[in-house]
Ligand binder design. Structure first.
Ligand code: SF4
Length: 215
């Protein structure tokens, strides 16, 4: 919860600008005052009985989204919870035919472009061509001025903590500075994707939260 009232007001204004940017890109945006409201909105958007794919996201972890889904009647596909390598591949592939894909963004611009990184592509691929509905849950800390700023955010603010979390031996994990690495099994930003337009009506939705979540 952001305590500074001016910061909260400014975030709300910025989120409203992002929502307008999303609208012209065929993506529906929603404002949530906090994580609890975001969770309520999300559950209303996904009827019980649906199948839901989990894209790796600290925001989803921090909000306890899948813990809530487990308490209800949802079929969840969560590659990160699997241990067996064959099963991980199977679950990653199953996400493509799930009813919903849930994930976050590594950055979102004021004009509504959604930027995501991926090491293997198992998160990006179903975002681009997978479930009938994709829902992004994004904290206000992810808002960037433009695509250039967003890519800078990805390399300065998203990759270093992700690499530290995953124990990767990348320059950003060791020095905090991107070294433009290309290292098998280490580089987490092999793919950098900008979603600039959604051409399938009602497919993409973004819940923007007035709080700092994930990285
Ligand atoms: S290219 Fe390598 S060093 Fe740069 S942000 Fe990505 S993982 Fe880190």
């Amino acid at each position: 919860m952001i305590k500074n009232e001016n910061m909260r007001k400014a975030n709300k204004i910025r989120i409203e600008t992002v929502i307008k940017g999303l609208e012209k890109r065929g993506i529906k945006g929603y404002y949530a005052e906090d994580g609890e409201e975001a969770l309520r909105m999300l559950l209303e958007m996904m009827p019980e009985g649906s199948s839901v794919g989990r894209g790796g996201s600290m925001t989803l972890n921090e909000l306890g989204v899948f813990e809530e889904l487990h308490k209800r009647n949802y079929t969840c596909y969560e590659p990160h919870s699997e241990k067996d390598p064959d099963r991980i591949i199977e679950v990653r592939r199953a996400i493509f035919s799930a009813d919903f894909m849930l994930t976050s963004a590594n950055a979102i611009t004021l004009d509504g472009e959604i930027i995501n990184i991926d090491g293997t592509g198992n998160r990006l691929a179903p975002i681009i061509y997978g479930p009938d509905k994709v829902i992004f849950i994004v904290g206000a800390n992810k808002i960037a001025a433009d695509v250039h700023d967003a890519y800078k955010r990805v390399r300065c603010d998203a990759c270093p903590p992700n690499c530290v979390r995953l124990g990767k031996k990348t320059p950003c994990a060791i020095t905090g500075k991107c070294g433009d690495c290309m290292s098998p099994g280490n580089t987490v930003c092999c793919n950098l994707n900008t979603t600039r337009y959604n051409s399938i009506p009602d497919r993409m939705h973004v819940i923007l939260i007035n709080d700092n979540l994930g990285f």
